[in-house]
Design a protein around this ligand. Structure first.
Ligand code: PPS
Length: 375
């Protein structure tokens, strides 16, 4: 008998209670958030859960404007009628948006689990600089990140909305002012606000440890949180930063730095309190072993990520932006249908997966158009 590649690992070894299915993930920018989104999309599809997807042909939920409920497909029309609230009928919300709690609460149930992700602001900014090089005016005019950080005020105009990627972008995503002075009382109050609302904040540098904790909190199966790295750049589009540039980035994005430092400490505090070092090592190793197993099963060339010209199936080619060379995967040829289905979803780029879920959820609506697929 051939062993099944996807044995039912339903919720084994987890705390008691049903899996959590009402979830809001604040998808911050350039923080490994597309890898987390892939986890959420797969869970939603497998369990037939509804996702609060961007309305019409949009690909995010109104970003960089503050989120409004009417940006979600299926809630427009209800809003604005006095005394009538949009129905609480979405299980999962995870597309890019600028956080605005009262509006999120209009479309998500009261018992929603809120979580997000942060990355070291130095590397987050370096990634943003390349990815938004041709989009954010502050980056467009700067010859390099070194030059930008040596004299940011030469390039950065805080009244241009497209510059949100250029300063304290994660702070902005949480709904706060990225240009606010770093005044201690203000910073602490905002961090406390995040702490009150978000049950968990993952850290990109420790994603596997973060996912171990996420899985416990959500009471999910191991396979539910196993993911490949999505939206990574090729090594040649990553810039090595000098110690001086790193220091300048920390100071330019001081609000992000405070947020990151706080939640990095808090993640490790929670891990220590809930698992202890041996158990954590064991769980991280189990996650990595399963990822290796799935990479061997699904991916060609031992799982090496490929650039867009090397990816044979156009539906698996990731969106490209700025000066970034965004990588994806080729699947092993000859996979049986069940395996192919699972493997495709593990490597499906964000836009394609969103369009796929949209078509499933709203079959009567015109399909979301992914223009670069037709190139
Ligand atoms: N598993 C894991 N661990 C650590 N880092 C990871 C992981 N998955 C993705 N990444 C890195 O996250 C960057 C992409 O972030 P996002 O997906 O949030 O970008 S986006 O805002 O949705 O465009 C991108 O960073 P850069 O390569 O520096 O650009 C990815 O490499």
């Amino acid at each position: 008998m051939v062993a099944c590649a996807f044995p039912p690992r339903l919720f084994g070894g987890q705390a008691k209670g049903p899996p959590v299915t009402n979830i809001m993930f604040l998808k911050t920018h350039k923080t490994a958030s597309s890898t987390v989104l892939n986890i959420l999309y797969r869970f939603a599809e497998t369990h037939n859960l509804s996702v609060a997807l961007p309305a019409g042909l949009h690909v995010h939920l109104g970003y960089p404007r503050l989120f409004l409920a009417r940006y979600v497909e299926g809630v427009e029309g209800v809003e604005g009628v006095e005394g009538v609230q949009p129905q609480h009928h979405f299980n999962i919300m995870c597309n890019h948006l600028r956080f605005n709690l009262p509006e999120v609460q209009k479309v998500m149930p009261n018992n929603t689990f809120y979580f997000s992700i942060l990355r070291n602001p130095v590397f987050q900014l370096e990634s943003s600089f390349i990815y938004y090089k041709t989009y954010a005016p502050a980056f467009l005019r700067a010859p390099s990140l070194d030059a930008f950080l040596a004299s940011p005020r030469t390039f950065y105009n805080d009244s241009l909305l497209k510059n949100v990627y250029a300063k304290n972008n994660m702070w902005f995503d949480f709904g706060f002012d990225p240009n606010a002075p770093r005044e201690e009382g203000y910073v602490r109050a905002r961090i406390a606000e995040v702490e009150r609302r978000f049950q968990l904040v993952l850290i990109a540098e420790h994603l596997d440890e973060s996912l171990v904790l996420l899985r416990r909190r959500l009471r999910w199966a191991l396979d539910d949180v196993v993911a490949f790295r999505i939206n990574a750049r090729s090594a040649r589009s990553v810039t090595r930063l000098t110690p001086e540039t790193r220091e300048r980035a920390r100071s330019w994005c001081a609000l992000d730095w405070r947020l990151y430092e706080h939640f990095n400490r808090s993640l490790w505090g929670q891990l220590r309190a809930e698992l202890g070092p041996r158990q954590l090592r064991g769980e991280v190793e189990r996650l990595r072993a399963r990822r290796r197993e799935l990479a061997t099963l699904c991916l060609q060339d031992g799982g090496a990520p490929r650039n867009r010209t090397q990816i044979r199936d156009p539906r698996l080619r990731p969106y490209q932006s700025g000066k970034a060379d965004i990588l994806g995967y080729n699947l092993r040829p000859g996979l049986d249908n069940q395996t192919l289905r699972v493997c495709q979803r593990l490597v499906m780029p964000e836009l394609q997966y969103m369009a796929h879920l949209y078509a499933l959820q709203f079959p009567e609506k015109p399909r979301k158009n992914i223009p670069f697929l037709g190139e």
